[in-house]
Structure formats: C-alpha cells, structure tokens
Design a protein around this ligand. Structure first.
Ligand SMILES: [Zn+2]
Length: 313
C-alpha cells in the first residue's frame, strides 16, 4: 500500500537508536494512530512453530491462549524464562518435558499437545495473524479485536473477565481454554486432525463438544438439575457457551447449599464434570460415587476456608 510505504520510509528507516514505536518526538497523526494500535496488533499475532528456535517458550504468543507466562504465575528457575520452544521439542516434533522444572497443568499440556508442529517446513518459526484461520491479516478482524470481540466467533466476547474470578488457578485456566475452544474433548481433537471416535464417552450418543460436555449431555443435565437451579439460572442455559459461563460465574444468586454463592458452586460444578469425564474416558468409572456431593464439598472447602480466610485477613 502506498501510504504504508510512505510511513515505513519516514519512520522505520530512522537512524535513531530509539525504536520508532517508542519515540516520543512529534509525528503525523497517522503514525500516532499506528503507535496507539500497536498493542492490538501484538495481541492478534501468533508464532507458528516450525523448529521452535526463534520463539520464546514463556514470553512469545505461540499457543491459543497467549503467552504461557500470562497463565502461569509460579516463579521460574534461574534463566528458565529464556528457554526457547525448541528446548522442549525433539527432532520428530514430539514434546518432551524433562527440561522443565515443574509439571504444567494437565489442560495446558493437552492444549499444547494439540498444536500441530510443522517440522518439515523452513526452520524459521513464522508469524501469523491468529485472529483468522488462514493466518492473514485483515482490517476488519483487527477492528473486532480492538473492540474486545472474539473474531473467530463474533457471538462471544473477550474472555478477560475470567482472570478476575476468585477460583483455583487450574479452574481459571480450564475456563480460559474453554473460551478458545481448546479443551481436548473428542470433537476438538478431531477438528485438529486426530483420527478418533468423536462420540461422547458418557452417553455415546452425540459428538463430544465442549458445550455438550458441560451442559447438553444427559449426565450433565441431570448433574445441574440435582444441584438445584435458580429460575434465572435456568434461562441462562439457553445462552451461547461463553455468555452462559460468564453469567453463571459472575451472578450474585445464592445456591441451595450451605449459603455458598451459586457462582462458586457453578465453577466447581464445571470442574467436577471435566474430572468425571476424564475418569470415565480413561478409567471407565465415575470419579466418585456421588459427583454432586463431591462438587459441593470442594466448593464449601474453597468458599469457607480459602475465600473466607482471604476476606478476614
Ligand atoms: Zn454425552
């Protein structure tokens, strides 16, 4: 584009030691607008891994949920934050985690395992526009990103609210992965090239999508009904997935259990369904005899011990 050439010539070929993106000198209104839009641009870019030699494992966005450092708050060992993705890949493009000082949460590992690695392509990792499936930039998708909309699914909205919830970190990561359709249920794995039977391991009647697992499967319907739903909560079960999660995770209704807010019961309910699904899929048995009681017990423990101690400190 001619105007891009002009701007590049004027600002990007500067001999100044200071980056033109950071310079505070006078500039045209157009360049000022470009500088203001830079964070949006950065948030829409993603590295596509080939060798992993030019991508920071922790600080570059190469997964579907942004940088790994933004979802892992644990301290890292000396120089561990300088590790490249290549440190964790063998020559066949298979992940190996011996070089990592701690174990990543299981949902993160599963999402990373589902990322295709192009070991046959040029060794340099590529930069793609993550907001579109073909990886090419479009102004419309950048505009939607700037407005906080999920471009690949415009009916959903930004999922940043998840990080403001008070819940165990592993459950926040689970919700975050839901918002990026990255929970490794069978339909998601199938859409990423895995040749597997996509039917739900609980009912065997429907493809196992995230929404099926969390609220459409007969076993999930019965689980939520047994927990006792407030009338307004019942209506929310018609909402699209992310709106449904947002509504229930942030509402202020009480639950019917021990004075625990519904949002706490709900968050632990989602987690219980996921753990129970894994137990059924991999061990062919329920996680506990009564998953509803197990959910209430976990929610009560968190609400009265963890959350309660925070509010009194
Ligand atoms: Zn099912």
């Amino acid at each position: 584009m001619p105007w891009a050439k002009v701007l590049r010539g004027k600002y990007m070929s500067s001999h100044s030691s200071c980056s033109p993106w950071l310079s505070r000198g006078t500039c045209s209104r157009t360049w000022a607008a470009c500088k203001a839009a830079r964070p949006t641009l950065d948030s829409g870019l993603r590295k596509v891994i080939s060798s992993g030699n030019s991508t920071s494992f922790w600080n570059d966005a190469w997964t579907s949920f942004g940088t790994l450092r933004s979802v892992i708050s644990s301290p890292l060992n000396f120089q561990e934050d300088q590790r490249l993705v290549a440190h964790f890949l063998d020559s066949n493009g298979t992940w190996s985690w011996e070089n990592l000082s701690f174990i990543l949460p299981q949902p993160l590992l599963a999402a990373i395992n589902a990322i295709p690695i192009n070991t046959g392509l040029p060794s340099e990792d590529l930069i793609a526009w993550a907001s579109l499936k073909d990886g090419n930039f479009s102004l419309k998708s950048a505009y939607m990103l700037a407005k906080g909309l999920n471009v690949l699914n415009p009916h959903t909205f930004s999922a940043n609210w998840i990080w403001k919830l008070i819940a165990p970190h592993k459950i926040l990561i689970f919700l975050w992965l839901c918002s990026y359709n990255s929970i490794p249920v069978r339909e998601v794995l199938g859409s990423r090239g895995f040749t597997i039977n996509q039917s739900c391991p609980l009912c065997n009647n429907h493809p196992e999508s995230i929404v099926h697992l969390l609220r459409e499967c007969q076993s999930s319907v019965s689980f939520w009904n047994k927990l006792g739903l407030h009338s307004k909560v019942i209506q929310s079960f018609e909402l699209p997935l992310m709106e449904w999660l947002h509504f229930n995770c942030t509402c202020s209704f009480p639950s019917k259990h021990l004075g625990i807010p519904w949002k706490v019961i709900f968050i632990f309910g989602l987690w219980t369904l996921w753990l129970n699904r894994n137990s059924m899929a991999f061990r062919r048995k329920q996680q506990s005899l009564d998953i509803m009681q197990s959910c209430i017990a976990k929610a009560a423990k968190f609400h009265f011990l963890v959350q309660g101690s925070r509010s009194h400190s």
